[in-house]
Design a binder for this molecule. Structure first.
Ligand code: CP
Length: 293
């Protein structure tokens, strides 16, 4: 059984296979499993995009999506994550998607005999976000080689930053980080350099902004949101200095006028909503790949 826990589980070849498959779904191709297939989406943290686009992808593929509400489940009686997933496997689930606040919660789920897809673990990983981001970059530039990607914001607490930096470097892109020093971590330097926000926005082909992950901060930052926008956000002034062909990405949800000016969210340079659209097709590709191999 194949699981998708982190982007480390995906080879360079598989990235291109996922993109090819996702693009074929985007162009209207279809695929359905040859047997009745039941999916459960276990979200222990809030989500709009990941949860809804997984459900959309599952329904487009003809899967039967069985609702699972953490708050009315036996998780409330203390049932462990392992026992919850083992129960779903026992009653006939064919696929489980999980988002959980604990870093690497999936370490205890490796022996589960149905595919598990990680929809985000704590500050750890978000592999399906990474793959839909890669699809969006590839659609734009037709390659990853030598594409300059600046990841700006709350790097330390972002599972998107970690997943994207790792895979982009593997695929030949150049990565730079920028943002408040207090939210950076030196272990990121193995995948890219650290620039000021001004340097990064002028250098990048892809300016990837990240949300401030207040819910993962152990202490309250001294930074006020207006201050953050001026110091580290993509202001209208900074955006004017971007290269002519460079694009803006953000995994969302966006804090308008914090990470980036509200006027830029739906601007010509923005690919933020394209990322969401691609997310459905990429998740269809991932599900097919896991169920069909
Ligand atoms: N990008 C992302 O993971 O969004 P949600 O938290 O809404 O799923």
């Amino acid at each position: 059984v194949k699981h998708l826990f982190t982007i480390h589980d995906v080879s360079g070849e598989e990235v291109f296979e996922f993109i090819r498959l996702a693009q074929s779904f985007k162009q209207g191709d279809s695929w359905t499993p040859t047997y009745p297939t039941f999916a459960f989406n276990l979200f222990f943290e809030p989500s709009t995009r990941t949860k809804c686009s997984f459900e959309m992808a599952q329904r487009k593929l003809g899967l039967q999506v069985i609702p699972f509400d953490v708050l009315s489940s036996s998780v409330q009686k203390g049932e462990s994550l392992y026992d919850t997933v083992k129960t779903l496997e026992s009653i006939g689930a064919n696929l489980v998607v999980i988002r959980h606040p604990q870093d690497e919660y999936f370490a205890e789920l490796k022996e589960i005999n149905i595919p598990i897809i990680n929809g985000g673990d704590g500050c750890g990983h978000h592999p399906t976000q990474s793959l839909l981001d890669l699809m969006t970059i590839y659609e734009e530039f037709g390659t990853f080689e030598a594409i300059k990607v600046a990841i700006i914001g709350d790097i330390r607490h972002s599972r998107v930053a970690r997943s994207n930096a790792t895979i982009l470097k593997k695929l030949g892109s150049e990565v730079a980080f920028a943002g408040p020093d207090e939210w950076f971590s030196d272990d990121y330097l193995q995948n890219g350099m650290y620039l000021t926000v001004d340097e990064a926005t002028e250098w990048a082909d892809v300016v990837m902004l990240l949300r401030i992950q207040h819910e993962r901060h152990v202490s309250t930052s001294h930074l006020k949101t207006a201050q953050y926008h001026q110091l580290y956000g993509l202001t209208e002034e900074r955006a004017k200095k971007m290269k002519p062909q460079s694009i803006i990405m953000h995994p969302a949800p966006v804090n308008r006028n914090v990470e980036l000016a509200s006027s830029l969210v739906e601007s010509e340079r923005s690919r933020i909503f394209q990322q969401m659209t691609n997310g459905v097709f990429m998740r269809m590709a991932i599900i097919k790949y896991l169920l069909d191999t």
